[in-house]
Design a protein around this ligand. Structure first.
Ligand code: SAM
Length: 281
C-alpha cells in the first residue's frame, strides 16, 4: 500500500474526499517522509510500544507509527477525517482511531484500556493552536507516559529550551524543564506540509523525568508561582506577584532571605531559585 507522505498522494486523498484543511483545527498535513522517519527514530519507538497519536489527520504519520509500534491509539477531533482514516489505515490491524478532543480525553483510562501495565509514548504533528495546553496537560497530569515526541512551532520549542536571561525564558520553559528533559530532533520548513504553515517548525522530544531536578513542597503552588511571575513581564517579580494576589511583604521577605535584589525580574531567576521562593511563600 502506498504511503500518504508525498504531495501527490496527499492531494489525491484531499481531492477525492472533498476535504478543506481546517485552519480552526490546525490542519497542516505532512508531505515529506523524512520528517516522520526522523520523529519515529528520535522517539526510539519499538515493537514493544503503545503510541498515543494526537491528531492523525489523514493518517500520514499514523501509517509509519503503525509499522514501528505494537499499537497506535489515534485521537482525532474532526469527524470529516474519520472515513478517510478508515480507508488509509485499513491495512493496519494495530491502529484504533478515537473521535475525541484530546483536551477532554481521559488519558489514564485510555492507557489502562490499550496499554495495561505499560506506559505510553506520545507522538504527534500537533495542532499548533493548542500546543501549550496539550503539552502542559500531558506533563502536569502525572500520566503513565515515558516520552512525548512532537512537531511544534520552532518559536515554542525555543521557549521550552530557554534559560534565565534569555528573551524566550518564561513559565513554559520552567514547567517543561521541571517535568522533562528537552531535546531537538530536527528543524522542519513550511514546505514539508500542505497547506504550508506561516511559521518554521521543529520536532522535539520530551523525556519525562522520574524525579524532578529540584524538590518543592507543593508542586501545584510552584506552578501557580511561575505562571504569576511571568504574567506581567515588564514588572519586577515582587510587583508581578503582588498583582497576582501574593502578599508583598512575604515576597520581599523571601527575596531578602535568598539574597536576591527586591527589584529583580522573574526572567533572572533559575528553576532552583523559583523552587526556593515557592517553599518560602
Ligand atoms: N498527523 C497529521 C499529519 O501529520 O499530517 C495531521 C497533523 S495536523 C497538524 C493536526 C491534527 O490535529 C489535525 O488532524 C486536526 O484535526 C487534529 N486536532 C486539532 N485539534 C484537536 C483536538 N483538540 N483533539 C484531537 N485532534 C485535534
Amino acid at each position: 500500500m502506498a504511503y500518504l507522505c508525498d504531495p501527490a498522494a496527499t492531494r489525491e486523498v484531499v481531492a477525492r474526499f472533498g476535504l478543506h484543511p481546517q485552519k480552526r483545527y490546525g490542519q497542516n498535513f505532512l508531505i515529506d517522509v523524512s520528517v516522520p522517519r526522523q520523529l519515529i527514530e528520535g522517539a526510539g519507538i519499538t515493537e514493544a510500544d503503545t503510541v498515543l497519536e494526537i491528531g492523525p489527520g489523514i493518517g500520514t504519520l499514523t501509517q509509519l507509527l503503525a509499522e514501528s509500534a505494537r499499537q497506535v491509539v489515534a485521537v482525532e477531533i474532526d469527524s470529516h477525517l474519520l472515513p478517510v482514516l478508515a480507508e488509509t489505515l485499513s491495512a493496519y490491524q494495530n491502529v484504533t482511531v478515537l473521535h475525541q478532543d484530546i483536551l477532554k480525553t481521559d488519558i489514564c483510562t485510555l492507557a489502562d484500556t490499550y496499554s495495561p501495565g505499560r506506559p505510553l509514548q506520545v507522538a504527534a504533528n500537533l495542532p499548533y493552536y493548542i500546543t501549550t495546553p496539550i503539552l502542559l496537560r500531558l506533563l502536569e497530569g502525572h500520566l503513565p507516559i515515558t516520552r512525548i515526541t512532537v512537531m511544534i512551532q520552532k518559536e515554542v520549542a525555543d521557549r521550552m529550551a530557554a534559560g534565565p536571561g534569555n528573551k524566550d525564558y518564561g513559565a513554559l520553559s520552567l514547567a517543561v524543564q521541571y517535568y522533562a528533559e528537552v531535546k531537538t530532533i530536527c528543524q522542519v520548513p513550511p514546505s514539508a506540509f500542505i497547506p504550508q504553515p506561516g511559521v518554521d517548525s521543529c520536532v522535539i522530544s520530551l523525556r519525562l523525568r522520574k524525579t524532578p531536578p529540584v524538590e518543592v513542597q507543593d508542586e501545584a503552588a510552584f506552578m501557580r508561582l511561575i505562571r504569576a511571575a511571568f504574567g506581567q513581564r515588564r514588572k519586577t517579580l515582587a510587583n508581578a506577584l503582588n498583582s497576582a494576589s501574593f502578599d508583598r511583604g512575604a515576597v520581599e521577605g523571601a527575596l531578602a532571605e535568598m539574597d536576591l535584589d527586591p527589584r529583580i525580574r522573574g526572567e533572572a531567576l533559575t528553576l532552583e531559585q523559583f523552587a526556593g521562593l515557592s517553599d518560602r511563600l
